[in-house]
Write a protein that binds this ligand. Structure first.
Ligand code: ATP
Length: 352
């Protein structure tokens, strides 16, 4: 059983507290992704779980056992780093088997463990090469093989794909997902790449400034962001935000006005809507908002138009075949069931 539990975990560097009161329970077999901007504390938490950083306060439990003071080697974890951290003078085979050899395992047993790992990661033909004779993606596969061969209870990944080009990143992402399906080890994966988070995670832990901003499945966070921060962080292209005021059943800034989706007391409201939930419509449609086209970006199947309506600027995703000239006036309609409302001051989601 390899659950991981952080109970009010804190971390300070001198006077500077970077993690305050962090609590999280990760279930056996679960794949949890820590997602958040640079400096929000993702790596610090992972490194505390790994035993590479001291814990300033709170309890860290792995498999129900308190591990705050255990050495990394005694925690039943294996970690894959961003920079591979392979031994340059050793062959691929030696890099993968080094930990087992050091633990005094027999040659037979090592060979038996090596074969399936090498096969799963497609490394057969590289076993006698040195890491410098491999591409970045191949080196990262060796690093994953080295972690896998330990058959850990918990896998920790610290931005393992961020040094690779986009194509390789996509490829290895699929491999990591497949590996997890096969091995079902409890996994914690740190990234600032939301696409990795959305595609790999059973559950995303979205972090901001050392705190958990929102936790949930990728679908939950995407379709019901709990805060303005979560709404702005998840989704490419990003969500549009309109700064409006709720008044008399409307949301308005004096120039544009939309129907409030439910009764609201008078107050500043930030309305979020994704670029795909706004459509171009004909003049005269009820609720149509006039806007001026500023720019358009070709994205292959879609085109992303930048528009301005009064004081509000926003993006609309349209099929690539739709052409709008710069400076042209258009009319847009906002899908009423796809509006996300937030309290402008606190950033908290407002529901009916
Ligand atoms: N050894 C250290 N001494 C002092 N401050 C540190 C140390 N390591 C990290 N920090 C600070 O702790 C905070 C969290 O850092 P951390 O590396 O966990 O962020 P991160 O979310 O993983 O960011 P990134 O995606 O850039 O790696 C940052 O403000 C960082 O400056």
């Amino acid at each position: 059983m390899a659950t991981v539990e952080c109970r009010s975990v804190r971390k300070s560097y001198g006077e500077h507290e970077v993690i305050s009161d962090f609590s999280l329970s990760i279930e056996d077999h679960e794949f949890v992704v820590f997602l958040g901007p640079s400096g929000c504390g993702k790596s610090t938490i992972l490194r505390m779980v790994a035993g590479l950083e001291d814990i300033t306060g709170g309890d860290l439990m792995i498999g129900g056992r308190r591990v705050n003071d255990l050495d990394p080697g005694d925690r039943g974890i294996a970690m894959v780093f961003q920079n591979y951290a392979l031994y340059p003078h050793m062959s691929v085979r030696e890099n993968i088997t080094f930990a087992l050899e050091r633990a005094g395992e027999t040659k037979d047993m090592i060979a038996r463990r090596l074969a399936p790992v090498v096969e799963t990661l497609g490394l057969q033909v590289y076993l006698n090469r040195k890491p410098t004779e491999l591409s970045g993606g191949q080196q990262q596969r060796v690093a994953i093989a080295r972690a896998m061969i330990k058959t850990p209870e918990v896998f920790l990944f610290d931005e393992p794909l961020s040094n690779l080009d986009a194509k390789l990143r996509g490829h290895l992402r699929v491999e990591i997902a497949r590996l997890h399906k096969e091995l079902r080890s409890t996994s914690i994966y740190v990234t600032h790449d939301q696409l990795e988070a959305m595609t790999l995670a059973d559950r995303i832990v979205l972090m901001n400034a050392g705190r958990i901003e929102q936790m949930g499945t990728p679908e939950e966070i995407y379709s019901r962001p709990a805060t303005l921060f979560a709404a702005g962080f998840i989704g490419t292209p990003g969500m549009n935000f309109f700064n409006l005021v709720a008044s008399g059943g409307k949301l308005t800034d004096g120039e544009i006005s939309i129907d409030a989706p439910f009764p609201l007391s008078e107050r500043p409201v930030t309305v979020g809507i994704r670029p795909g939930a706004i459509s171009l419509v004909r003049d005269g449609m009820p609720g149509a908002i006039p806007a001026i086209a500023d720019r358009d970006e070709f994205h292959g199947e879609t085109r992303l138009l930048s528009l301005t309506a009064g004081r509000q600027s926003f993006m609309v995703a349209v099929p690539a075949s739709v052409r709008v000239a710069e400076g042209e006036q258009v009319f847009v309609s906002l899908a009423p069931d796809q509006l996300h409302l937030f309290d402008t001051e606190s950033g908290a989601r407002i529901d009916a």
